[in-house]
Write a protein that binds this ligand. Structure first.
Ligand code: ASP
Length: 344
């Protein structure tokens, strides 16, 4: 293993971790990243070279747009050869969406890209930001005995757990345990040491590193619920500009079995739209062979998202649709595991 110090690039996009209270109205607003480095002098003690760059403007992650994912992917690509790993400081609200998107946009990844943030600003007493940031930097700089990265994946580190990015979801608006990946074990747990779960961590595919920055966002999400109306289902499933629809269904992939509902699903499929089924449940998977209501969806042309999160399904569609105008191409890859996002 080379004795050279590991190097990590910290990319600050905004979010609570780097926010300060504006004394004029007591709201939290992003502040200059240089202050963040002052707040965490511990970072300088690592045997890791840390450089940083920031988004301009800094954003609350509720304002994240696919164009910013593109900017982030390009920032990583431009610096890919110069660093051993990357830490992305990001607001928690949409972190699972961004981590999912980057996991599909960065192909042939052999280095860690660790998203983290915090529930309390880093300058506040009891902040979770310091711990999250320090451990993320350590993970991003961690290498195996042969010099390869310990975690060559896009991940979220939060409250002692390292989670696969495209398996993660925000589960708590206020608690420090804000993220979980219910269908995938943590890739590492931080205690006195950081214990890596090497059986779960993906190894690099061996393909050359590249970025997919072309995204097609013509996707809608329909969350089924008791009382949903024909008009609403029609608007979403037959929308002229929509290429794909994620159906967020009950339990293991079930939806209303009324004729009008299934007729619209069939019509949507006949118009060539991509229909992708994910469950509203936090844990478990879509299985459209279990109940007649699920089977009816499958027969109407709906594809199974298995145990994927909605965030991951959305990102996967954006990237696959960006790669090709041919919906058959997208459908052929949707049910495959591209980046460990689905259990097969
Ligand atoms: N609204 C903030 C954001 O997502 C919340 C946070 O960072 O936790 O940017």
């Amino acid at each position: 293993m080379s004795n050279a110090k590991a190097s990590v690039l910290l990319i600050y996009t905004g979010g609570t971790i780097g926010m300060k209270e504006d004394p004029s109205d007591q709201t939290l607003r992003p502040f200059d990243f240089r202050s963040l480095m002052q707040e965490v002098p511990e970072l300088r003690k690592f045997a890791i070279d840390i450089h940083s760059c920031t988004f301009d403007p800094l954003i609350d992650s509720s304002d994240i747009e696919p164009g910013m994912w593109k900017k982030l992917a390009e920032m990583i690509a431009q610096n890919y050869d110069a660093y051993d790993g990357f830490v992305v400081l990001h607001g928690t609200d949409t972190m699972a969406y961004s981590a999912s998107a980057l996991s599909f946009m960065l192909s042939g990844l052999s280095k860690p890209v660790i998203f983290t943030g915090s529930q309390l600003p880093i300058g506040r007493p009891r902040t979770d930001g310091k711990e999250n940031l320090i451990s993320s930097v350590e993970i991003a700089g961690s290498r195996e005995a042969d010099g390869s990265a310990t975690v060559p994946e896009v991940c979220i580190f939060f409250n002692d757990l390292l989670l696969r990015g495209n398996r993660s979801t925000k589960i708590d608006a206020g608690g420090f345990e804000a993220f979980r990946s219910p269908n995938c074990p943590p890739l590492a747990e931080a205690g006195i040491e950081i214990n890596y779960n090497r059986d779960v961590i993906l190894r690099p595919s061996g393909k050359p590193f590249g970025v997919h920055t072309e995204l097609d966002t013509a996707v809608s999400i329909l969350k089924v619920h008791p009382g949903i109306t024909e008009r609403v289902v029609e608007d979403i499933l037959l929308g002229r500009r929509t290429r794909a629809i994620i159906l967020e269904t009950f339990g293991c992939g079930n939806a209303p079995s009324r004729d009008w509902f299934l007729d619209i699903v069939r019509e949507s499929n006949a118009r060539g739209k991509i229909l992708f089924n994910v469950t509203q449940c936090l844990r478990g998977a879509v299985n459209m062979d279990l109940y007649a209501t699920g089977r009816a969806l499958k027969d109407a042309g709906v594809l199974s998202g298995g145990d994927m999160t909605t965030e991951s399904a959305l990102a996967k569609l954006f990237v696959l649709m960006g790669q090709s105008d041919d919906n058959e191409y997208v459908k052929a890859h949707l049910e495959e595991s591209l980046m460990g996002e689905i259990s097969l």
